[in-house]
Design a protein. Structure first.
Length: 195
């Protein structure tokens, strides 16, 4: 179980290894509507194509075939890229532009939710406030973001005031840690659980 928890996940919560296993299959319903999965599929599909081309090149020469160590190194790089994901601009300085990954922001929002009694964060996605600004791996040039947070809530709580407290907590944590404006926070209660 511990090894599975360390496997990199996309912004939607899906394990990158699960996506890699089905890279040559058609998109499933989730992947058709999930920008995180679509972006990762494109990158992994390109990796699979290059790997296959390498395998086909000089197949009679075993010395030219990639070893298991090479394949694992390639997957480590792919996992690191997935962890980093889309970058959002924090600030411009004389030394250059400072960015943060959308994945790191999503982890920050989930942390904020998990610190509220009776709330369990599930999935979180971060998008620029202006939908047109989203361009795959491109850097987003706005400091305004939209957070979509899916949670499970204790059945003992009243949902409306809890969601208001959750929004305030997310705004406080995000603004305290990074110089971004949480212009819109969509909270979706996916499930209730018994105390």
């Amino acid at each position: 179980m511990a090894l599975e928890d360390e496997t990199p996940r996309l912004g939607c919560g899906r394990r990158i290894d699960d996506l890699w296993e089905v890279i040559d299959q058609p998109l499933n319903p989730h992947e058709k509507s999930c920008p995180d999965c679509q972006q990762a599929r494109v990158a992994l599909y390109n990796l699979a194509s290059v790997t296959e081309a390498m395998r086909q090149h000089d197949p009679g020469q075993a010395a030219l075939q990639p070893s298991g160590r090479v394949k694992e190194t390639i997957m480590m790089v792919a996992r690191a890229e997935v962890r980093r994901g889309r970058r959002i601009q924090l600030a411009r300085t004389e030394a250059g532009t400072i960015h943060i990954s959308a994945h790191a922001l999503a982890a920050l929002a989930r942390f904020a939710a998990d610190t509220l009694t009776g709330v369990r964060a599930r999935r979180c996605s971060i998008d620029p406030f202006t939908p047109a600004a989203r361009t795959g791996d491109a850097v987003v040039e706005s400091s305004d973001i939209r957070i979509t947070l899916k949670v499970a809530v204790s059945s003992a709580l009243s949902i409306p005031p809890t969601m208001e407290a959750l929004r305030e907590r997310v705004i406080a944590v995000v603004s305290a840690q990074v110089a971004l404006n949480s212009r819109q926070i969509d909270v979706i209660v996916e499930d209730l659980y018994d105390v």
